[in-house]
Design a binder for this molecule. Structure first.
Ligand code: ATP
Length: 273
């Protein structure tokens, strides 16, 4: 077990139970002009699983996440979510159907408080119309209070009560990343996509983030798909790992299987194809 996880006390991935396939990506190909970002990639994600996507820089990891949540539409292939093929799914459809994500570069409202930023994660769940919200009257008031209670639960879960009224821009990087996770959790997603959740963090911040990711998975049953460059973290917390290189899948399996793959070793050592 890596230094990052030594103090979390969370059971290893092998001790967790995963369910049926919830997301099935079939022969996905995506190009930008002449650049082939993804070529013929297939893999699935099981319910309650922590599934990592790894690979060297430019391998196509972020493009893959962007395909899953509808930012990019692949020229070929199919995405099946809960048994239903999703063609032309946009980001709104993805969010409505329970797919939330965080970004490689923090995308928060820096001048707004932690509480208000996390509250934006509830937007899709709000029912009352603009006029009622503007008047803050009757049903809108009750609905707002219900949303605030949910947000407070997320704040307690992430142990950020002490900074709930602090503008996000004043927080250290590691805490901003935690707030971004909070905003995604406020949407109560079924699948959480995390794009480099530990990037730029020190060891202590990584330990905290690992613990929260594992707790989200464990306590809420959330399925997690993550891109991460820290191999110690990936190998410790993931159930299965898919490896991309130059837009192609070169390995897919348990951390042990992937670690011993010669193709993966070559890709990371930069051996020419
Ligand atoms: N919007 C875009 N327009 C043109 N090319 C793009 C676009 N997005 C990604 N690419 C290209 O697609 C390829 C895969 O990029 P992608 O960002 O998905 O890789 P990555 O594995 O996430 O890389 P990194 O680890 O550096 O973030 C690269 O060659 C990249 O330049």
């Amino acid at each position: 077990m890596s230094a990052v996880l030594q103090e979390t006390g969370v059971p290893p991935a092998t001790a967790r139970r995963t369910g049926e396939v919830i997301l099935d990506l079939k022969k996905i190909s995506l190009s930008f002009g002449g650049v082939k970002a993804l070529t013929d990639i297939s893999f699935d994600v099981r319910e309650h699983e922590i599934r990592a996507i790894i690979g060297p820089n430019g391998a196509g990891k972020s493009s893959m996440l962007n395909v899953i949540n509808g930012v990019y539409h692949p020229q070929q292939g199919e995405i099946v979510y809960r048994g239903v093929p999703r063609r032309g799914m946009n980001t709104y459809d993805a969010a409505r159907s329970g797919i939330a994500r965080t970004f490689q570069n923090i995308a928060l409202f820096k001048g707004m408080t932690v509480l208000d930023n996390i509250m934006t994660g509830r937007n899709l769940k709000m029912k009352s119309n603009f006029l009622l919200q503007a008047l803050y009257w009757g049903p809108a008031q009750r609905e707002e209070m219900a949303h605030r209670r949910e947000v407070e639960k997320v704040i307690d879960f992430l142990e950020i009560q002490h900074i709930r009224k602090t503008p996000v821009g004043r927080l250290p990087y590691g805490l901003q990343k935690r707030v971004e996770l909070g905003r995604a959790l406020a949407a109560q997603p079924e699948i959480l996509l995390l794009d480099e959740p530990m990037a730029g963090m020190n060891v202590e911040e990584k330990q905290d983030m690992c613990r929260f990711i594992l707790d989200v998975n464990d306590q809420f049953g959330t399925t997690i798909v993550l891109i991460e460059h820290d191999m110690g973290v990936v190998m410790d917390i993931s159930d299965r790992v898919v490896v991309l290189d130059y837009g192609r899948k070169i390995a897919d399996g348990t951390p042990d299987e992937v670690r011993s793959s010669q193709d993966v070793i070559n890709a990371y050592l930069g051996v020419a194809h």
